[in-house]
Design a protein around this ligand. Structure first.
Ligand code: AHR
Length: 496
């Protein structure tokens, strides 16, 4: 199979924010995940686990969405500030009915983002909260002046306001966020959004130089085009972003680690089908917003398999295999194709929940195969998308799938970065990369591979890990690669 990558076809910049993550107060994502508390024997900074922060820094996590999900529309941010002993415990009604002690609140989340070096993406409460609660939260976060909320923040130990680039106005308000109708939510969005003000801009003569606060409307399940249509029509001009949620089913064989190759292929089919749904949402957006001012935020996505046997069903603790990694790689390839519109995405969810990148058990931590995809793909962040065109078309394998899936981008230093998935679980794939007249000088990179069910456990944490590409050579300026069955590879190419 030969793919032609022509730098003259360079398209828009792939926002690093499509490599974002989502962390909800759900199961052991926050407590038992990030948060161990200041007195824990597990190494931490201000109660936040150091090994997790280091792992997230290593893959250049650009943003984290928090505090939910469904939890966001039942959350009063005021419960999570001030001295920990005075914070009221609440019941986490959505997720297992467990007691939430509110020890991880606004300051802890912002500290986490600062430690990781990423942007916060906060989701406000429309379902059960008030406009005043939301406006006050934004004042608390962004006002450097002397407003009541800025003073309260200082009393709680933080002098400077934070910079907030992304703010969500509710979550799944067609479902757990209030079971609203689209027209009703569109009105609510307009009302709430009016009072979400960026205090950092206020009174500034150079306000246009201040990074904007992007207000993101709670969007549809990717299949609900009527929601997208109504929101864009009724409220599009008030929003900076519109979200959609995009969960992938593995098909009939939904066990986390026990399944056949058929499920690998079915998952690939189910994942690739999401592209046409995303395109349908984007064409509605194009109609109302041809300038592409409003970003599409796929702010919850990922494969949803069975919970691990014996775990709390409300905790969504799931294992993660090469099948999950392949699905993530295909989705990231899809997002990259639409850099002008898809500018924010969040994998659900970072630690111990759904398609986690990290699993923990006490002091032990494991990186999942999906983590390694984010590691392999990180050089696409902020590079320029280049459509790779198959010269010799990949042959069709099972279920009508192409043999391989590819995505390319051009980095600021002129190198081309390519990621490739061998969709065959049975055969090797021989790939040729051609650069339309440019001659490759060097090519190197990494890969993961394994059986479709291969995964990492606390006893065997490195069954799936990144290895250096060895089956790679340059012939006449083209790069020749041999990919093992199920292999996901990343190659960086330098030119003469
Ligand atoms: O990610 C788990 C849940 O899935 C989120 O809380 C909700 O938004 C979605 O339905």
């Amino acid at each position: 199979m030969k793919a032609v990558i022509n730098t003259r076809n360079k398209k828009g910049k792939i926002s690093r924010h499509i490599y974002g993550h989502f962390s909800e107060h759900l199961g052991r994502c926050i407590y038992g995940g990030y948060w161990v508390g200041e007195d824990s024997p597990i190494p931490n900074v201000n109660g936040i686990r150091t090994d997790i922060v280091e792992a997230m820094k290593a893959i250049k996590v650009p943003n984290i969405r928090w505090p939910g999900g469904c939890f966001a529309d039942d959350y009063n941010w005021m419960d999570g500030i001030g001295p920990k002993e005075t914070r009221p415990p609440i019941v986490n009604t959505h997720w297992g009915g467990v007691l939430e002690n509110n020890h991880f609140g606004t300051h802890e989340f912002m500290d986490l983002c600062e430690q990781v070096g990423c942007e916060p993406y906060i989701c406000g409460n429309v379902g059960s909260g008030t406009v005043r609660e939301m406006r006050n939260w934004v004042e608390y976060l962004t006002d450097d002046g002397n407003s009541p909320m800025a003073q309260l923040r200082r009393k709680n130990g933080r002098d400077r306001a934070w910079n907030i680039q992304f703010f969500g106005i509710g979550n799944e308000n067609w479902g757990c966020g209030g079971y609203m109708k689209a027209e009703y939510y569109a009105n609510e969005f307009r009302r709430y959004a009016t009072y979400v003000r960026n205090y950092r801009e206020m009174g500034k003569t150079n306000w246009w130089e201040v990074p904007p606060l992007i207000k993101i409307a709670g969007g549809a399940n990717v299949e609900d085009l009527q929601w997208t249509e109504t929101l864009m029509r009724e409220a599009g001009r008030f929003m900076g972003g519109l979200s959609v949620h995009c969960y992938i089913s593995p098909g009939e064989e939904s066990h986390g680690t026990v399944f056949s190759k058929k499920s690998w292929y079915q998952t690939a089919v189910n994942t690739l089908k999401k592209e046409s749904l995303l395109k349908q949402n984007m064409s509605i957006m194009d109609y109302y917003d041809p300038e592409k001012r409003v970003l599409l935020a796929v702010d919850e996505w990922g494969i949803w398999v069975d919970n691990e046997p014996g775990t709390n069903p409300g905790f969504l603790y799931q294992q993660n295999t090469m099948r999950s990694a392949m699905s993530a790689a295909l989705m990231l390839h899809i997002f990259q194709k639409y850099p002008e519109r898809i500018r924010l995405c969040n994998l659900a969810q970072t630690i111990n929940v759904l398609q986690a990148i990290i699993l923990t058990e006490g002091a032990r931590m494991v990186k999942t195969p999906t983590y390694h995809v984010f590691d392999l793909f990180k050089n696409h962040q902020d590079s320029y998308y280049i459509p790779a065109e198959w010269d010799e078309k990949p042959e069709t394998i099972q279920m009508g799938l192409p043999n391989a899936d590819i995505s390319a981008s051009c980095r600021d230093n002129g190198n081309i970065f390519v990621t490739i998935v061998n969709l065959s679980a049975d055969n090797k794939a021989e790939i040729v990369l051609n650069f339309a007249g440019k001659k490759a000088k060097s090519a190197k990179g990494g890969f993961i591979s394994g059986e479709v069910t291969a995964h990492n456990t606390f006893d065997n944490p490195d069954t799936v890990h990144v290895r250096e590409l060895s089956d790679i050579r340059i012939v006449d300026g083209e790069v020749l690669l041999g990919l093992l069955p199920c292999e996901i590879a990343a190659v960086e190419v330098e030119f003469e």
